[in-house]
Design a protein around this ligand. Structure first.
Ligand SMILES: O=C(O)CCC(=O)C(=O)O
Ligand SMILES: [Fe+2]
Length: 289
């Protein structure tokens, strides 16, 4: 029987007693609702083929290929494989692979005009120690901002790129680097929960529009300090067969990056966007007079 339980004080839920291959619209609905409520959920104990994982992922939205082409699955471009090819030909550790997602708190896809709504991972191999993924609520971050910052950021966009101010783009092919920034409101109203959150990623933001560069840098520094709130975080300890999905619109996350490098930690990952707006029927097809 499907069971859903809260895991953390602010975010995080656990779903058990379900085989995601067998869901239909009605049985999926409580899982989707739990995801909106908790921001991040784990579904335990799944045995999936790639096609099962993709089919289940499409229930959450549009599954899109990630811009890092070198880490895509060769036969399923919408699937990224995390944690493979961790060693360089000379035997040294490839940090871009081993520490992927561990450099700092972030939200996925802020560099895109339509950022990722969700990211979903399926655990194929889990190390004996370490390797958690940490999450923190950006609803809570917004709620705790001083009124001065809420006012300053209201109606303002941030400009985001893949490598942000450091320019780090090691996992991108050369032709995919240095794209123009994407602009997103710093205070975001969630389209499904209607709650306000801070939309911020210290590793991807270049500047806040309309502020002088020095002030923009100072605000970015202040937001970096204030984005993590006590009791607004949770940490996921992986088990093989876990599916974890998080909402990039209202959460930030970070891989712990602390597991023994000679052990395997392997996930399939999909990036999910809001479904495209239904294209409007041409005028002539809409009847009327
Ligand atoms: O490997 C992880 O725990 C998370 C990596 C990450 O940041 C991501 O997949 O977006
Ligand atoms: Fe990430």
């Amino acid at each position: 029987m499907l069971q859903i339980r809260r895991m953390g004080p602010c975010i995080g839920g656990e779903v058990s007693g379900v085989d995601v291959r067998e869901l239909d619209g009605d049985s999926f609905a409580p899982i989707y609702r739990a995801w909106l409520t908790f921001g991040v959920i784990v579904v335990r104990g799944q045995k999936l083929k790639i096609t099962d994982f993709l089919r289940y992922s499409r229930r959450f939205g549009l599954v899109v290929a990630h811009p890092s082409k070198s880490t895509r699955h060769p036969d399923y471009p919408e699937l990224t494989i995390l944690g493979v090819n961790k060693f360089n030909p000379d035997g040294s550790l490839n940090d871009a692979v081993y520490r992927r997602g561990a450099e700092g708190w972030h939200t996925d896809g802020a560099y895109d005009e339509v950022p990722f709504k969700a990211t979903q991972l399926y655990a194929l191999a889990v190390p004996g120690a370490g390797g958690n993924t940490h999450f923190s609520s950006m609803y809570a971050a917004y709620g705790a901002l001083p009124a001065r910052l809420k006012q300053l950021l209201a109606g303002r966009n941030g400009a985001f790129t893949y490598g942000g101010r450091t320019g780090a783009q090691a996992l991108l092919n050369v032709e995919d680097r240095d794209r123009p920034p994407a602009l997103h409101p710093m205070i975001r109203v969630h389209g499904e929960t209607a709650r306000k959150s801070l939309y911020f990623d210290p590793g991807k933001i270049l500047y806040i529009e309309g502020l002088a560069r020095q002030q923009s840098d100072e605000v970015i520094e202040e937001l970096t300090e204030k984005m993590l709130q006590p009791d607004a975080a949770c940490s996921h300890e992986w088990q093989r067969g876990d599916i974890v999905i998080w909402d990039n619109r209202c959460l930030v996350h970070k891989a712990a990056g602390d597991y023994p490098p000679d052990e395997d930690r392997i996930h399939w990952r999909v990036s999910i966007k809001e479904p495209l707006a239904k294209s409007r029927a041409p005028e002539s097809a809409r009847g009327g007079n």
